[in-house]
Design a protein around this ligand. Structure first.
Ligand SMILES: NC(=O)c1ccc[n+]([C@@H]2O[C@H](COP(=O)([O-])OP(=O)(O)OC[C@H]3O[C@@H](n4cnc5c(N)ncnc54)[C@H](OP(=O)(O)O)[C@@H]3O)[C@@H](O)[C@H]2O)c1
Length: 256
């Protein structure tokens, strides 16, 4: 690996990394040399994933349970990271949910609040807790995972896609507020990847995965491992002059 992509000695946190894209990202960061904290909602799932990633990469990987929709749990997570791990160099706000397709007329108050709590409020709070220490330690990289749907919306995904559009906007706000502390903040917008989220969507709407696949230029749904290069780029010095930007990893999906 060329020097700009090395992460030796760096400390990273990836939320929602017990499986799916977060798990692939955590493995990729560890392989590049970072020590990694991973989160999910349940401690045993975090411990199992951490143990497996540590075994395959030879890096220190710690699992810490944290529900990203719970402000107090997020504060506790950041306190625990401070005491057990130290200031972070890399934060990947990856955890996100889209529990159901829901036309706007059917969206309930509870559904909307739950989705925005996990997809917007949680990542914002975590970044707010991480940034001061990251800045005091010399800077770092924050990556907010959105979706290609944040640019275009689509039927049945209004709560989800608008929450990710809000996170995209917050990414740009954070980048302006923290640039002077050496913190870069960027959004990563995946297209279709074969994870439990995609399998759930396909089960709810059988035509979904076929339509999504056909909307890419490559006519396929990606493997989670294909997100790793983009995360390493945004996390490392390879993107040292990139902040307040959004990177689409979509196999050529149109975003307009
Ligand atoms: N897959 C795609 O095609 C696709 C496309 C565009 C964007 N994305 C975005 O990419 C990110 C990852 O998606 P994915 O497909 O990998 O999802 P996934 O397969 O459903 O995995 C989600 C991960 O987040 C964790 N998680 C779920 N709810 C959580 C909560 N409330 N608090 C903390 N952790 C939670 C899960 O762990 P536990 O169950 O152990 O808690 C799991 O590790 C999401 O932000 C998603 O919106 C995905």
């Amino acid at each position: 690996m060329s020097d700009e992509f090395q992460l030796m000695g760096k400390r990273a946190l990836v939320t929602g990394a017990t499986r799916g894209l977060g798990r692939a990202m955590a493995e990729g960061l560890a392989r590049a040399g970072a020590r990694v904290v991973i989160t999910g909602r349940k401690q045993d799932a975090c411990d199992n994933a951490a143990k497996e990633i540590a075994a395959t990469t030879g890096q220190e990987v710690i699992g810490m349970a944290c529900h990203m929709g719970d402000w107090n749990q997020i504060d506790r997570l950041s306190d625990e990271i401070d005491s057990r791990f130290g200031a972070l160099d890399i934060l990947v706000n990856n955890a996100g949910i889209n529990p159901a397709f829901m036309p706007v007329c059917d969206i309930t108050s509870e559904f909307f609040d739950k989705l925005y709590a996990v997809n917007v409020k949680g990542p914002m709070r975590l970044a707010a807790r991480v940034a001061p220490k990251m800045g005091a330690a010399g800077g770092g990289s924050i990556i907010n995972v959105i979706t290609v749907g944040a640019y275009v919306g689509g039927p049945g995904i209004g709560a989800y896609s608008s929450s990710k559009a809000a996170l995209l906007n917050l990414t740009k706000v954070m980048a302006t507020e923290w640039a002077s502390q050496g913190i870069r903040v960027n959004a990563l917008a995946p297209g279709p990847f074969m994870t439990d989220m995609m399998r759930g969507a396909a089960a709810n709407l059988p035509a979904f995965s076929e339509a999504t696949k056909n909307a890419t230029l490559q006519k396929r749904i990606a493997d989670p491992s294909e997100i790793v290069g983009s995360v390493l780029y945004l996390a490392s010095d390879a993107s040292s002059f990139v902040t307040g930007e959004d990177l689409r990893v979509t196999g050529g999906m149109s975003a307009s």
